[in-house]
Design a protein. Sequence first.
Length: 308
Amino acid sequence: MLKINGLTKSYGIFTAVDGLDLNVPKGEIYGFVGPNGAGKTTTMKIICGLLPADKGQVSVAGIDVIKDVRKAKELIGYMPDFFGVYDNLKVTEYLDFYASIYNLNPRDRKRICDDLLELVDLQDKRDAYVDSLSRGMKQRLCLARSLVHNPELLVLDEPASGMDPRARVEMKEILRTLKDLGKTIMISSHILPELAELCTSIGIIDRGKIVISGTVDEIMQQVYSKRFIKVRIRGNMEEAVKVMKESPLITNINKGDNFIEAGFEGNEEEMAMLLKELVTRDIPVISFGQMDGNLEDVFMKVTKGDEA
């Protein structure tokens, strides 16, 4: 759906995007992550035809964004990281105004606006003025605005910014619904745990380049060369440590009050055999499992840690 090759954009002596390559297949929710100043917003604006590129190629559904920006924009819905609205309009007037910009048939606009308000759960606010809406409601209205022309690709820059936890949960459910409807979604956010839960794949950008990409599991495997396990037990700690030290697959044992953490260089079958050995030796195991890495740790490992 979205293909980028060698994309470059500079502002004076500062290179915001540096030969960036990226591919987002149709139907994915793609998380686009990076430090402040890494090039996320610049990349998104170029994708949407809002900024010219210095070099490189960008295509959406086979349409060259750089050479045929008008046609490409028909396929893209963009939600910026700030919310600009016409406060003196009612919600339905606001959506109808944007639908008219896309030259939608007046007979169809009411149906489209009604459908979008139902999608983002704002039916009961249809006659409310935009400036009376909460932050979360305005964000959902902005998302509805980006959908009025039924785009194939959604580019969302920090869509959950400033939302409370309930509003963020509602936004995630809407995005999952859009994916089920066949939309391809590119989303930038600093709320990394939620991206890890929501996205089918993730790319981390730093200093204008993609430094790592793939599914969350693939990224974890690239960053962490081995598994980590955690065993919680009740008593008999020394015997449990002894059993684990006997295994050639165990490294870097860390002992707590009632748990043991360790590196594990085996597969799932060998992990099951280790659990069986602990139980056979009458060690009271409360829980046993693989420790999951998290996207925040990966982010810190693969980015430089300073802001441009």
